[in-house]
Design a protein around this ligand. Structure first.
Ligand code: BGC
Length: 552
C-alpha cells in the first residue's frame, strides 16, 4: 500500500482534505429513552464513526433551545440543552472524540437567535429605539398606524419576514425581522453587542477544545442599511438586500483572527447557498473562512455533463483564492441522495423536497447510484462531508404520517410542503423492529418513526454483509486515508465518451464512473482497488464507479 505523503496538510491545514461526519444529535442515538438522541447516545456511537475512518465530526446544534427548529433556534450559546445532556457531557464528548482521533466541529447559528433568548425577551419589554431592541431589527411598520410590514421581504412560501409585536402597554407596535420562522428573530450585525458576544462564543468553545465551526446561513447575517424593498420577489442573489452583503466579510475576517489565535489550527466552514459559484469564493479569500460547501455538487442530477461542469467550476473558482472545495451529498436539510438519485434525473438542480420531480422512486437504482457517487466524491480533491445514515444507505422517509411531521418550514408553508423530517429519521443500530437500538428497550417511540424495512439497514445487519454500503464506506475511507493520491492535489480528466467520467489523481490513481446505460470495458492493465458494485468480465456496469491503480 502506498502511504499518503500529505501529513503536513493533515496536521496544519486539515480542513483542506478531511472527511467529516455530520451528527444530527436528535437522531443519532438516544441513551436516556425519551425517544430523542442525546450526547450520551452520541458517546456510545462514537466508535462507529471512528471505525468508519473519518477525520472529524460536525455536530448540529446542541445548545439550549426551545427546539422549534430542533436547535437552530438558540436560546443560550454557552449552555447545552437538557434534552441532549449537560455541558460536562459535551466536554467529555469532545475529549473522547479527540482520543479516538476525531476532530470536533460545532454548528454556530449567527443569523438569528431563538425568541426565547434573554436578549429577545428583554427587547420585547424594552421601548422602541432602546439598546435592547437595537440588537435585532425592530422597525415601525408602514401605513398610518404602522399596520403593514416595514418592507416587502417575503419567504419563498409567500409569508412576510416580519412579525408585529404587542408593546408592553398592550398596543400593537413595532415589527421584527426573521428570515426563518417567527421564533427565529434576526440579529443586527451592525450592533457592537452582537459582534462581541459571538467573538466570545467562539472563544468559549475553542477554549473547550472544539476544532472549528460550521457557520449556519453564513451569507445572511448583514442586511443592507435602510432595509430597502426587494425590487423583484425572486431577485437574484447579486445585489440582494439580505444575502451576500459586502460587510458580512468583515465579520469573517475578525472570526478568522480569533481562530488563528489558537496554537492548534481551528477551521471555519461556511454554509452558503449561492446561484453563482463566484460568490462562494468571496467567503474563503485569504484571511476569511477556511472552506465552503459546494452545494452545486449536492444538487446536481446524476448526469455526467452536469457533474463534470460543477466539479470543474467548484475546483477552479476555489483554486482562484487558494481554497479547497468541501464536497457533500446530503445533510439535515435536503432529501437523502438515495431518494434523489432513485428518481427521474431532470436538467435542473434538486436538493429540497420541494424540488423533487413527480414520478416513481426506484430505491435499488438510487442505492446503486449512491454507491457510485460516494466513490466519485471521495476521489475528488478537497474535503468530504458525510451525513449520518448515508453510510447505511438510508433513504428519505416520505410516508411519515402527517400528524407526526415537525419541521417548522412545513408549518410556514401552510402545510403545503412535507419539509425536512424525512432525512432526520433516527438511525437504526441493531435488531428486527423499531427503534432498532436507537433507544434502549422499553423506551417511548422515537421522535420520528423508522420504516420497518430498515431492519436490513441497521449497523449490525450491514456489519454482517461484506457487500453492504457500510463496508463500502469503510473501505473507501480507509483507502482515501492511505493513498497518497487522494485528498488534496492534482486532478486531471481523461478523454472519455460523454457519459463516462474518468479522472486521474497523482501518483497513479484513476476513478471511473459509468453514467451511461451500457457496461464499459476498463483498461486491462489497471489494477482494481475498489468498485461500488462488482465488475463483470472486467466491465464497469451502468451507475457504477471504480477506483484503480493506474498501470501508466
Ligand atoms: C440550517 C437549517 C435551519 C436554518 C435556520 C439552515 O441553513 O441548516 O436546518 O433551519 O439554517 O437556522
Amino acid at each position: 500500500m502506498r502511504t499518503r505523503t500529505t501529513t503536513s496538510t493533515r496536521a496544519s491545514a486539515w480542513w483542506r482534505d478531511a472527511a467529516v461526519y455530520q451528527v444530527y444529535p436528535r437522531s443519532f442515538r438516544d441513551a436516556d429513552g425519551d425517544g430523542v438522541g442525546d450526547i450520551a447516545g452520541l458517546l456510545s456511537g462514537l466508535r462507529h464513526i471512528a471505525d468508519l475512518g473519518v477525520d472529524a465530526i460536525w455536530i448540529s446544534p446542541w445548545y439550549s433551545s426551545p427546539m422549534v427548529d430542533h436547535g437552530y433556534d438558540v436560546a443560550g450559546h454557552r449552555e447545552v440543552d437538557p434534552l441532549f445532556g449537560t455541558l460536562g457531557e459535551a466536554e467529555a464528548l469532545i475529549d473522547k472524540a479527540h482520543e479516538l482521533g476525531l476532530r470536533v466541529l460545532l454548528d454556530i447559528v449567527p443569523n438569528h437567535t431563538s425568541d426565547q433568548h434573554p436578549w429577545f425577551k428583554a427587547a420585547l419589554t424594552a421601548p422602541p429605539g432602546s439598546p435592547a431592541r437595537q440588537r435585532y431589527h425592530f422597525c415601525r411598520g408602514r401605513g398610518a398606524d404602522g399596520e403593514s410590514p416595514p418592507n416587502n421581504w417575503r419567504s419563498k412560501f409567500g409569508h412576510s419576514h416580519w412579525t408585529r409585536v404587542i408593546e408592553p402597554d398592550g398596543t400593537p407596535g413595532e415589527w421584527y425581522l426573521h428570515l426563518f420562522a417567527p421564533s427565529q428573530p434576526d440579529l443586527n450585525w451592525d450592533n457592537a453587542d452582537v459582534r462581541e458576544d459571538f467573538d466570545s462564543i467562539l472563544r468559549f468553545w475553542f477554549d473547550r477544545g472544539v476544532d472549528g465551526f460550521r457557520i449556519d446561513s453564513a451569507h445572511g447575517l448583514v442586511k443592507q442599511s435602510g432595509l430597502p424593498d426587494l425590487s423583484l420577489p425572486d431577485q437574484g442573489v447579486r445585489n440582494h438586500p439580505y444575502w451576500h452583503q459586502e460587510k458580512v466579510h468583515d465579520v469573517y475576517r475578525s472570526w478568522r483572527q480569533i481562530a488563528d489565535s489558537y496554537s492548534q489550527p481551528r477551521a471555519l466552514v461556511a454554509e452558503v447557498w449561492a446561484d453563482e459559484p463566484s460568490l462562494l469564493t468571496d467567503y474563503v479569500r485569504p484571511g476569511e473562512l477556511h472552506t465552503v460547501f459546494s452545494f452545486d455538487f449536492l444538487s446536481a442530477p446524476w448526469r455526467a455533463d452536469v457533474l463534470r461542469r460543477v466539479i470543474d467550476d467548484s475546483i477552479a473558482e476555489l483554486a482562484s483564492v487558494d481554497a479547497s472545495p468541501a464536497w457533500t451529498l446530503s445533510n439535515h436539510d435536503v432529501v437523502r441522495h438515495v431518494s434523489r438519485y432513485g428518481r427521474l434525473q431532470l436538467d435542473r438542480p434538486v436538493a429540497f423536497s420541494t424540488d423533487l420531480p413527480d414520478g416513481p422512486l426506484d430505491l435499488e437504482l438510487g442505492e446503486r447510484r449512491a454507491r457510485a457517487a460516494i466513490l466519485l466524491m471521495l476521489a475528488l480533491p478537497g474535503s468530504a462531508f458525510l451525513y449520518q445514515g448515508e453510510e447505511l444507505g438510508l433513504w428519505e422517509v416520505e410516508d411519515i404520517p402527517e400528524h407526526l411531521l415537525q419541521d417548522p418550514s412545513r408549518q410556514q408553508s401552510g402545510d403545503s410542503v412535507r419539509g425536512r423530517d424525512g432525512c432526520r429519521v433516527p438511525l437504526p443500530w441493531f435488531g428486527e423492529r423499531p427503534s432498532f437500538g436507537f433507544s434502549p428497550d422499553g423506551s417511548v417511540p422515537s421522535w420520528l418513526p423508522q420504516p420497518e424495512m430498515w431492519r436490513e439497514h441497521t449497523v449490525e445487519a450491514q456489519n454482517r454483509d461484506p457487500d453492504s454500503m457500510l463496508h463500502l464506506y469503510r473501505s473507501a475511507l480507509r483507502l482515501r486515508r492511505s493513498d497518497a493520491a487522494l485528498g488534496e492535489g492534482a486532478f486531471t480528466w481523461d478523454v472519455t465518451p460523454p457519459q463516462i467520467l474518468s479522472f486521474r489523481r497523482e501518483p497513479g490513481f484513476r476513478c471511473v464512473v459509468n453514467l451511461s446505460v451500457e457496461s464499459v470495458p476498463l483498461r486491462p492493465d489497471d489494477e482494481v482497488l475498489l468498485s461500488s458494485c462488482p465488475l463483470i468480465d472486467g466491465q464497469l456496469r451502468p451507475d457504477t464507479s471504480v477506483w484503480l491503480h493506474r498501470s501508466r
